[in-house]
Ligand binder design. Structure first.
Ligand code: HEC
Length: 149
């Protein structure tokens, strides 16, 4: 154990660093439940999606009938170059520069058709993903963002 005399200048530094460490711990304790909830929810996505890093490392196992969700936080819509089955609506979103902010991600999951209609301005747009997730989109976003860091 390290003994810190009160008049020891170095001791003050160490204490400050400890306070900083405590603050970091408190922050990650806050974020952890969202990430864990997101991880559980991933079960609803992995039938069709995997998370695979550029070097091929599989960060979350899953199917391939949907695009790779690596780096999805902030990524441009419809931009997985290896995925060949994007809908016309998702391609249109891409060409309009739509990106996966947390708000867009949550809105898309809640209603993919409606989201693509609103961002493309095409009332007939229809997504190739038939999932409607009313809750927990934020947690999934945090989980996926954490995986890709
Ligand atoms: C039954 C298969 C299936 C399931 C289950 C599914 N998806 Fe998808 N997902 C797709 C397909 C197919 C697309 C491409 C949609 C298009 O082109 O319109 C897609 C697209 C996406 C995109 C846009 C990706 C990009 O490259 O722009 C995100 C984000 C996404 N899905 C997230 C999720 C999440 C999160 C879940 C779990 C709640 C989920 N999906 C569940 C099939 C699925």
């Amino acid at each position: 154990m390290l003994y810190l005399a009160p008049d020891n200048a170095e001791g003050g530094m160490v204490k400050q660093r400890n306070r900083f460490a405590a603050a970091v711990l408190a922050l990650s304790a806050l974020a952890a439940p969202a990430v864990q909830a997101g991880e559980r929810m991933w079960a609803d996505c992995r039938t069709c999606h995997a998370v695979t890093a550029q070097d091929g490392a599989v960060l979350a196992r899953g199917g391939r009938s949907g695009p790779n969700l690596y780096g999805i936080a902030g990524r441009t819509a419809g931009s997985d170059g290896d995925f060949r089955f994007y809908s016309d609506a998702m391609r249109a979103a891409r060409s309009r520069g739509v990106s996966w902010t947390q708000d867009n991600f949550v809105a898309y999951l809640a209603n993919p058709d409606q989201f693509l209609r609103s961002v493309t301005g095409n009332p007939d747009a229809s997504a190739d993903m038939h999932v409607e997730l009313r809750q927990g989109g934020q947690a999934l976003f945090e989980y996926l963002r954490g995986l890709s860091q």
